[in-house]
Design a protein around this ligand. Structure first.
Ligand code: AMP
Ligand code: MG
Length: 285
């Protein structure tokens, strides 16, 4: 594994959840593994964003022209204002939109409520050759659902194993799953919510329930801890991203995606025509 500029420890190592990870003690302002400052982070985001874009195009090209059937799925979890939308805009924004299968998951609709909680998830899984992005996911069904006991405990308790099995099948079928948990401090969330209340262009992101949920912070931390403890697996590990500094969280997710794509060992699909003959034909045309 190579270390890229600014990283003392590769992001995949520095950010991967361990048995010692404690959500309640996390330094959300930290930049684990990365020694640079905001200016370097911003410069690298552009540079590495271009690398990400090239890799994604290779995955896409393979699925269009060969029997390449693999895909990558980025799962973003985090409290409101953690920066999930910023990752979509500033990281995934580097990638050709036609190669991205994006989905966000809010409060289940009446139709979704009539189905198993994984029903709406399965419908949005990335197609072959695509980079899937989930802004929230099936993990809501063990986070908000657990915090508020939206279903009885006996029911949400079974979901950890069920999710592990679901993701295992997903990985077996060729989807690399990159799970990113973004954490901001209670104070940082407060100032981000305050900004939403101060700016007309941000009102739309604000919801009064965001403040209500702040009252459940310790219960959310407990739910996130259980999620990390029980659903970080060999086939689909969690990465924990301190997210008080937006430039860091965006750079970190870029690195995780680059690593996932590089591990696919992709290459450009070969021409399925006679290149020299086509050059001649073109010259004569
Ligand atoms: P946002 O991401 O700001 O659009 O908010 C979406 C809201 O939907 C959040 O408050 C989530 O907790 C909520 N949500 C997402 N999935 C579920 C679910 N399965 N059950 C209940 N609420 C959910
Ligand atoms: Mg919100």
């Amino acid at each position: 594994m190579s270390t890229s500029e600014g990283w003392r420890i590769p992001a995949v190592e520095a950010l991967r959840v361990t048995e010692a990870t404690r959500v309640a003690d996390l330094n959300t302002n930290g930049t684990p593994g990365f020694d640079g400052d905001k200016a370097l982070g911003a410069r690298l985001l552009e540079q590495r964003g271009a690398v990400l874009s090239g890799l994604q195009e290779m995955l896409f090209a393979g699925a269009r022209t060969t029997d390449e059937h693999r895909s990558v799925l980025l799962i973003l979890q985090g409290m409101d204002t953690a920066g999930k939308g910023g990752v979509v805009r500033h990281v995934i924004g580097h990638v050709d939109p036609q190669g991205v299968d994006h989905a966000s998951f809010g409060v289940p609709t009446p139709e979704e409520k009539r189905h198993h909680y994984l029903w709406r998830i399965r419908r949005e899984l990335p197609r072959k050759g695509q980079l899937g992005v989930f802004d929230r996911s099936h993990y809501e069904d063990i986070l908000v659902v657990r915090v508020h006991d939206l279903v009885p405990r006996t029911e949400w308790e079974t979901r950890y194993d069920e999710i592990n099995a679901f993701e295992h099948d997903l990985v077996e079928s060729g989807t690399t799953v990159v799970k990113v948990a973004m954490f901001v401090s209670l104070d940082e969330q407060k100032s981000r919510l305050a900004e939403r209340l101060d700016r007309p262009d941000k009102y739309w992101k604000y919801h009064p329930s965001d403040v209500t949920e702040r009252g459940y912070w310790p219960k959310y931390q407990e739910a996130y801890q259980a999620m990390l403890d029980r659903t970080s697996t060999e086939h689909a590990p969690w990465f924990v991203i301190p997210s008080d500094r937006k430039w860091f969280s965006r750079l970190a997710v870029t690195e995780l995606l680059i690593d996932a794509l590089e591990r696919l060992d992709l290459s450009w699909p070969p021409a399925d025509f006679d290149i020299e003959a086509e050059k001649l034909r073109l010259a004569r045309s």
